[in-house]
Design a binder for this molecule. Structure first.
Ligand code: GLN
Length: 503
């Protein structure tokens, strides 16, 4: 294994700045890794070797000419296939978008390009970001580098697996109910969902517009902060984008002092349903936080128990509306109905949606259409919106008493491929701890807390903060990370088994 691929983005940036390696070399090392192991992992749906090397060569030339470059210039990155990339096919993990090549870049992608990050390719995901295992991708599952028979989480399993398996030092994910944080937890990586509106949604193919948010997937907290600052900030193309300075996340990593910090443990987000090894690592992390001077307080957020039910009314409602645009006329797939000589537009639409959408997408369109139908709107969607407010108020009350909240990120470690794919409710339960912050529009970060005793797989701890206080996530995570690294004697990922390399 080329030693370059195990370096963090910040270490690579130092090597680039010192002239010890070129961006072309770093990018090629990752492309070689992808060629060697992605047949087994399947983190990528598209690899753009040519485009990535072109950007890398351009950055190398600009560096040689003495141009001032962005901190992550020349560091390659993987992008979840939910973000539009000009000239690179974008499928959202769905057959209905097969062959669609966007004519424009999402703002996140545009900012990556402006900062000089070569884009390695597009990562696999559950179809339209619906799922917690990446098994709902129309292009086959991604596998967890820790154990290829297990899921890498979802919907952003491709991005998490790419970073965990050293196929990319950095990746972009999107989180609607947990799709950055839960995959990070089960792959031993860092995943951040910024405050809603903190990162532009322009060009992010919408699942649920009031919840979707893009963010960093990395191997270190410092890398996440640098990537966060690269993609965040106001965008006039997104009407929900926040027009205020980006929270000082990089500064928070550099001054990660915890003395006097009040940390709330949410009593509703632990106990029954949480794997013992997940809880044990969580308790260990709390002890470390205490030793660093933080004060641990138990807090109750009574309405969190309704989080999942609330989310599964709001999300399908918004999704059913957002997905109406895949009508066989505008994008990708068009299927003509069998045995109809002169089909109507409606018949073509029905045949295309029947063939182009997978079962989970259809399930949610049906649920959402029902929840929004006249006569039921008030009972379902309307009630869910009220409970959403109650959940946000629980957060507000908690943040009167504490600075951040913590919980396990996901209730279990990575489960075997196939174990939950036919049981939607079991699948939905993976996001029980991540959904409340999504509903409230508040930021969250997952970092590895260690390996669960019973299966030796990564466990994650989640840090939550009030809206626009993303810097607090980084302050806590950076402090905890440095204590954990000392305990482990190096990164957790160095304990993962080596992936077998194809020849
Ligand atoms: N697993 C959750 C769902 O299926 C979250 C998805 C997401 O965050 N995109 O809806």
């Amino acid at each position: 294994m080329n030693e370059l691929i195990t370096r963090s983005a910040v270490e690579l940036a130092e090597l680039l700045a010192a002239g010890e390696v070129s961006s072309v070399e770093v990018t090629q090392a990752h492309l070689d890794r992808i060629a060697a192991v992605d047949g087994a992992v399947h983190a990528f749906l598209q690899v753009d070797a040519e485009g990535a090397l072109r950007t890398a060569a351009d950055v190398d030339a600009r560096r040689a000419a003495g141009e001032a470059l962005a901190p992550l210039a020349g560091i390659p990155i993987a992008v979840k296939d939910v973000l539009a990339t000009k000239g690179i096919p974008t499928t959202c993990g769905s057959k209905i978008l097969e062959g669609w090549v966007p004519p424009y870049d999402a703002t996140v992608v545009k900012r990556l390009k402006e900062a000089g990050l070569p884009i390695l390719g597009k990562t696999n995901m559950d179809e339209f970001a619906m799922g917690s295992s990446t098994e709902h991708s129309a292009y086959g599952p991604t596998r967890n580098p820790w154990d290829l028979e297990r899921i890498p989480g979802g919907s952003g399993g491709g991005s998490a697996a790419a970073v965990a398996g050293y196929l990319a030092p950095l990746a972009i994910g999107t989180d609607t109910g947990g799709s950055i944080r839960q995959p990070s937890a089960v792959t031993g990586t860092i995943g951040v969902k910024p405050t809603y509106g903190g990162v532009s949604r322009y060009g992010l193919i919408a699942l649920a517009s009031s919840l979707d948010q893009a963010g960093p997937v990395t191997r270190t907290v410092l890398d996440a902060a640098l990537l966060h600052e690269t993609i965040a900030g106001h965008d006039p193309c997104d009407s929900t984008s926040i027009d205020a300075p980006v929270p000082p996340v990089l500064e928070a990593v550099r001054n990660a002092d915890l003395s006097g910090l009040r940390v709330g443990v949410v009593s509703e987000l632990r106990g029954e349903g949480y794997q013992p090894g997940i809880e044990a690592r969580f308790d260990d992390a709390l002890k470390l936080l205490t030793s660093a001077g933080a004060e641990i307080v138990e807090v109750s957020c009574a309405h969190f128990v309704y989080g999942l039910a609330t989310y599964y009314l709001i999300l399908p409602s918004e999704a059913s509306s957002n997905l109406a645009k895949f009508d066989a006329m505008r994008y990708g797939l068009r299927v003509l109905p069998d045995g109809v000589s002169d089909p109507t537009a409606e018949q073509v639409m029905a045949a295309t949606r029947e063939a182009g959408f997978g079962p989970e997408v259809k399930r949610r369109i049906i649920l959402g259409t029902y929840a929004l139908s006249s006569g039921y709107w008030d009972a379902y969607y309307g009630s869910a919106q009220k409970v959403r407010t109650l959940i946000r108020r629980d957060f507000d009350a908690a943040y009167e008493k504490v600075d951040v909240l913590v919980s396990p990120t996901a209730p279990t470690t990575a489960f075997p491929i196939g174990a939950k794919v036919d049981d939607p409710l079991a699948m939905y339960l993976n996001d029980i701890a991540t959904i409340p912050a999504s509903l409230a529009g508040m930021p969250g970060l997952s970092l590895p807390s260690g390996l669960a005793d019973e299966d030796g797989l990564p466990a994650g701890i989640q840090v939550l903060a009030p809206a626009m206080a993303d810097d607090r996530l980084y302050r806590v995570a950076a402090a905890l990370e440095s204590m954990l690294l000392e305990q482990w004697g190096g990164p957790l990922l160095s304990q993962a088994p080596e992936l077998e390399v194809a020849r």
